[in-house]
Ligand binder design. Sequence first.
Ligand code: SF4
Length: 513
Amino acid sequence: MTLPDSRSETGGAAEAPRTYEVRTFGCQMNVHDSERLSGSLEAAGYVRADGTPADIVVINTCAVRENADNKLYGTLGHLASIKREHEGMQIAVGGCLAQKDKDVILQKAPWVDVVFGTHNMGSLPVLLERSRHNGEAQLEILESLEVFPSTLPTRRESTHSGWVSISVGCNNTCTFCIVPALRGKEKDRRPGDILSEIELLVADGAIEVTLLGQNVNSYGVEFGDRLAFGKLLRAAGSIEGLERVRFTSPHPAAFTDDVIDAMAETPNVMPQLHMPLQSGSDRILKAMRRSYRSEKFLGILERVRARIPNAAITTDIIVGFPGETEDDFADTLRVVEEARFASAYTFQYSIRPGTPAATLPDQVPKSVVQERYERLTELQERISGEENAALVGTSIEVLVSSVEGRRDGSNARMSGRAEDNRLVHFDVPAGSALPRPGDVVSVVVTRSAPHFLIAAPAGDVLPVRRTRAGDAFDRAEAESCAIPSHGSALTAAGGGSGTTVNIGLPTRRPGGA
Ligand code: SF4
């Protein structure tokens, strides 16, 4: 692929390469796919737009969330007016909604240049070029996977953390979910390919990896090994330099004790589990075609906590599934009370065209759904608040992300993630060395709120463990800004022991552990 600039049209005058922006709607799978899209575009010579209007805007859509269509067409309407003023601008739409709607997008928004599906993300640069060359929109939707997403180039959003797909698609048939229709049957990557990719990420400076799949613990179904996911966790545990392993999402129906054993016995697998409940009512779980029941679900949590007492367990819950009665909802409240989730993603059920639940009778009126939703979030907020409050006074290790702020005149405040993935804001006392994104700090929890912890060092100075990930961040900063790397010379303002350097450049890499 050649550099997509306009040299050939301007007699060879050197012009800036074309810039791109990827906007992501949806889940972590989509965030990961967007990193691949960015990587494919950069491999083809495009550069990321930093604040200025991009020449290429790619929208990576999601069909799972409520109002996905409205959000897409609203965004496209806004982009239409920008495109009128911006010569040569191109708009591409990919992802689940593109896979589902296909040519509908071009009918509704004829100013879109490229529409591509979930199975051909790697074709985006070619489709953009072809559209520019031919002066017409390109639509390419494949029905099956050609290249596994993780084999495409990536532009990682964080130097210290990376995503690794272990499977795509799903063999389940939850009646509210569009994923099986759009992403197809589960396809598993070979364990060796996954481990090589993790090793490459670690060599590139990552110390944290999240294994991704629609249903991670059914990993291996394609090559006939029911214990493959637990084995994969243990194998990731032996990769030198990899400090934190996470995964999302498992499914309660197929969550076996060998996975719990692997989590408990592999030191770098973090004490965190996202376990989607969806409903506490067995009747509704059956209607959702979720093949576990609330008792089994609570049994899994009990066994996880018996082996990993400090595990933070989070969940997804849908309120107002068709036919949900007040009694069913009371079951959900009861299970939530018993489960003691650290936090929950709560959703109001809304009809997703193309899913079996869309045509079920007894859709619950919006006002009833809203009222139940508020009761559920109020309960979960209380539990999250209590669970976090129980951590006040404990010592935690925080992997620093790149967000940085100033709490008052002298102390800095930075943020990161604890081992259990809780968001932590911590103080950096005056005179302490500022940790870099990717470094690890030891702090004590001083206060809590339902959605985060506040922490501070036990002594006067912040204990910082400088990591390879922090070094990689420094290198990336130095390369992108062509300046000497920072690090130990930086101190929290007001300290007298180091030189405070302010070069006035924005931090380029967003964090996000
Ligand atoms: S397990 Fe159910 S909710 Fe999850 S992706 Fe598969 S069908 Fe959808």
